[in-house]
Design a protein around this ligand. Sequence first.
Ligand code: PMP
Length: 396
Amino acid sequence: MNNRQLFLQHVAQTSDAPLALEMKEAKGMYIYGVDGKEYLDMIAGISVCNVGHCHPDVVKAIQGQAASYMHLIVYGEFIQSPQVAYATYLSNLLPNPLNCVYFTNSGSEATEGAMKLAKRYTGRHEIIAFKNSYHGSTQGSLSIMGDEYWRNAYRPLLPGIHHLDYNAFEALEAINHKTACVIAESVQAEAGVKAPSKDWMQALRKRCDETGTLLILDEIQCGFGRNGTLWAFEQYGIVPDVLLLGKALGAGMPMGAFIADKEIMWSLTNQPVLGHITTFGGHPVACAAGLAGAKALIEGKYIDAVNSKKELLLKHLKHPAIKDIRAVGLMVAVEFESFNLNKKVIDQCIADGLITDWFLFAANCLRLVPPLIISEDEIMKACSIITKAIDKVLTP
Ligand code: PMP
């Protein structure tokens, strides 16, 4: 059996149509197949590799830390300098009072930790989330996922959860003195890039303040510069009580985090029971990689160029078959009339050397979330491949 057959036989699949392309290596904006074929990466591992694949600073940091130590003990027992360095760096980039970082293995685990934190801190158990949201795949984060069809497959779910309409003012009245936390994506990603209005976000913040409810913002996919500002919440002029990060946080290594004020975070440390335990969360190698990636992103001033790159992409990505394009920074959904057409365009793009896919709750939308280091020439190249791919699939 070849590797493809062994993969399909022995590696559990998440869908019945895995791409199953075998890749050899990846550098910067490109991924290379074992057959030597070059692919322009327009999804960055789904918003993970902001500074591209195998950034030399990230590779060096991983090698250096792996040679010093990898795993010593479960989370928080020893002082591990890579965790201290990255948490301090993040705290300095964040507004007050987001000054205390709990590192996890994944975005889903960050969501779990934040919900537990809200319960301990407020003594309440009701949680409000939004329709069409995605916060992870563990049982708790599935319970708050905003897709009923999906949730139904995993009942019984966590009790006390309510789903409101995103970006709807009247929905906010459901937040009351029983609500432990509201959890919302700063921009809904898997819904197909849906940004709320600034007024709504401010009303949400106000309602949480009035009711003593913690506001948790999930920036696992939309944060870390992708929006054109370092944190998406900056665009709304608000600060959450708890921020969720993941994906780009580890610059390619597995990592998530929930971040809050030290005083709030302390409620996880208080007796009688420990708050959250993780063996590998905050892995020293992931912290070293994440810090190197974050420094490369900020010192390279890539975030400053996100919005002009977005404009260039919108200017050149034009085709009559495109029904709508929603873009928040370099997080772009290209909408077609059906999943069927979108899937054909995606397959054609891959055949023509460009990696893209669709969104979980917006399968008729093609996803463009490239590494933020993408050049103007590469944007033009991507637009040309995509528009030609649409022509090819529409030509009888
Ligand atoms: N929240 C959002 C907004 C996400 O996009 C994701 C991942 N797609 C998660 C949470 C879960 O992260 P992970 O897959 O690392 O558990």
